[in-house]
Design a protein around this ligand. Structure first.
Ligand code: NI
Length: 193
């Protein structure tokens, strides 16, 4: 990925240990440049391809629900998320979007984590342990047209967006795991199965 926006594949994704994953990424100009709009589209398309069994196999993609520009060695505050609703009658329960300069405005006191822990396209190993995050967040971001949005997310969608926003701040999911006791949970943490 060096400005020549061909289709993103696993070869474009940098892995843990690469310094870009630990850097705080730069804000992008709003409205986003044509190049940043194209990048966002390719990021979202990658996620869709990765969730399509035929394309994923053909392109040898690991399934993913989120991708952040720093994972492509591009230190910009751009993230893509693609979480289809599990209920076809309620497509609004899913989230599929590209966010430019996303920002968490507020979060719940209630915490949540995924029962299975988290994974990351930049981490080629299983890291056991609960990744405790806020159960609900309010996020602002700009879309590809430069329009500002403010949305509230909960549970799985909130977790995915927090994981991706962490990437633009140089944070990896396992930074949140309790080192001494990875499977210890405080009372009151919502476990999402
Ligand atoms: Ni990740």
């Amino acid at each position: 990925m060096r400005g020549d926006f061909l289709m993103i594949t696993m070869d474009d994704i940098i892995r843990e240990g690469h310094p870009t994953l630990r850097a705080v990424a730069n804000e992008v100009p709003i409205p986003p440049t044509a190049e940043d709009v194209e990048l966002g589209k390719e990021m979202l398309q990658f996620l869709k391809n990765s969730q399509d069994p035929v394309k994923a196999e053909e392109l040898n993609l690991r399934g993913g629900v989120g991708l952040a520009a720093p994972q492509l060695d591009i230190s910009k505050r751009i993230i893509a998320v693609h979480v289809p609703s599990v209920d076809p009658e309620k497509p609004e329960n899913g989230i599929s979007t590209v966010m430019y300069n996303p920002k968490i405005l507020s979060h719940s006191v209630q915490e949540a984590c995924l029962g299975e822990g988290e994974g990351c396209l930049s981490v080629d190993r299983e890291v056991p342990g609960y990744v405790v995050r806020a159960a609900r967040i309010t996020v602002s971001y700009f879309d590809e047209k430069g329009e500002k949005h403010k949305i509230r997310l909960k549970n799985y969608n909130a977790i995915v967006v927090q994981h991706e926003i962490d990437h633009i701040n140089g944070i990896m999911f396992y930074d949140h795991i309790n080192e001494k006791n990875p499977l210890h949970l405080k009372d009151g943490v919502l476990v999402i199965e």
